[in-house]
Design a protein around this ligand. Structure first.
Ligand code: F6P
Length: 322
């Protein structure tokens, strides 16, 4: 293999730059040419290829976002779009591709593999952690630390005013950000799509909770089936008007910022492993780290399989929040 490409796709996540850096430098070590593709799949279809060298990835390991930019592409989901992409990769002499992204990125890669024999290796880049085959996706650790930092600040003011706060965090299909960050901030309750949210039951628990607790923080995953933080807070306000209730939606601050040490190390390991996987002849697999060991999961197993929540964590949350 003499020439490979790397791109980022879907929602950005802190650590993507560290992963790009690892891909580029590992490829150069193995005497391969590397091109970066701008704007994810859109860039493949529009020929947005740029040559990369060791210097082009200098001083990016600590930066959030992605220097290659990213996009969610509708056109790539059409056969014409994928054919265009294949023509461009072939003309550019690309013999292997590293795709850094989440669920949508790997679904795209799966479709692509039906018309294309160029091997694609995935690195899991999403703050949501909603992929099977890795304990932690690139950006998840940074995102939960961002949430913990923000909610600590909210706790200060909540405590001063004796308020009940609903804090909505990202995760449209998965409650993994909510769960871990919620444990980290000592949330009184964590509402996530993986477990049924019965608002009536939740209100009863609020009423029955420790009376001498001044502030209460409820973490709500945006994908919670009960409708998100504003909807749940409205119902609670009607039933418990004595509570001084507020809502904060943390939004896209969760996607930015300098990656944590853990994200930098994991991203570097995954980018490094992705290039070596291409050299070993692997294709159609996502690199992951499970129990501190590199693993390869076929794209079809990685996508749309939300990680099962650890029942020990769920049980502990209920006990510690009393
Ligand atoms: O990338 C995952 C994610 O951050 C989800 O948690 C969130 O629902 C979504 O992206 C938001 O996407 P966008 O920035 O395209 O609105």
């Amino acid at each position: 293999m003499k020439k490979i490409a790397v791109f980022t796709s879907g929602g950005d996540s802190p650590g993507m730059n560290a992963c790009i850096r690892a891909v580029v430098r590992t490829a150069i070590y193995h005497k391969m040419e590397v091109v970066g593709i701008m704007h994810g799949y859109d860039g493949v279809m529009k020929n947005e290829f740029i040559p990369m060298d060791a210097k082009s990835v200098a001083n990016i390991i600590h930066r959030g976002g992605t220097i290659l930019k990213t996009a969610r592409s509708n056109e790539f989901m059409t056969l014409e779009g994928r054919q265009k992409a294949l023509d461009n990769l072939t003309k550019a002499g690309i013999e292997g591709v590293v795709a850094i992204g989440g669920d949508g990125t790997f679904k795209g890669a799966l479709e692509f593999s039906k018309i294309c024999s160029i091997p694609v290796i995935g690195c899991p880049g999403t703050i949501d952690n909603d992929l099977i085959g890795t304990d932690f996706t690139i950006g998840y650790d940074t995102a939960i630390n961002t949430v913990v930092d923000a909610v600590d600040k909210i706790r200060d003011t909540a405590e001063s005013h004796d308020r009940l706060f609903f804090v909505e965090v990202m995760g449209r299909d998965a409650g993994l950000i909510a769960l871990r960050a919620g444990i980290g901030v000592g949330a009184e309750s964590i509402l996530i799509p993986e477990t049924k949210t019965d608002v009536e039951d939740f209100i009863k628990r609020l009423e029955g909770g420790r009376k001498n607790k001044n502030s209460k923080i409820i973490i709500v995953a945006e994908g919670d089936e009960a409708g998100g933080a504003f909807v749940i807070a409205e119902q609670v306000k009607k039933r418990l008007p004595d509570y001084d209730t507020r809502v904060t939606v943390l939004g896209h601050i969760q996607r930015g910022g300098n990656p944590s040490a853990m994200d930098r190390v994991n991203s570097s390991r995954m980018g490094f492993a992705a290039v070596e996987a291409l050299l070993q002849g692997k294709k159609g697999v996502m690199i992951g780290i499970v129990n501190n060991t590199i693993q390869y999961t076929p794209f079809e197993n990685a996508v749309k399989h939300i990680q099962e929540l650890n029942p020990d964590l769920l049980r502990m949350v209920n006990i510690l929040s009393l």
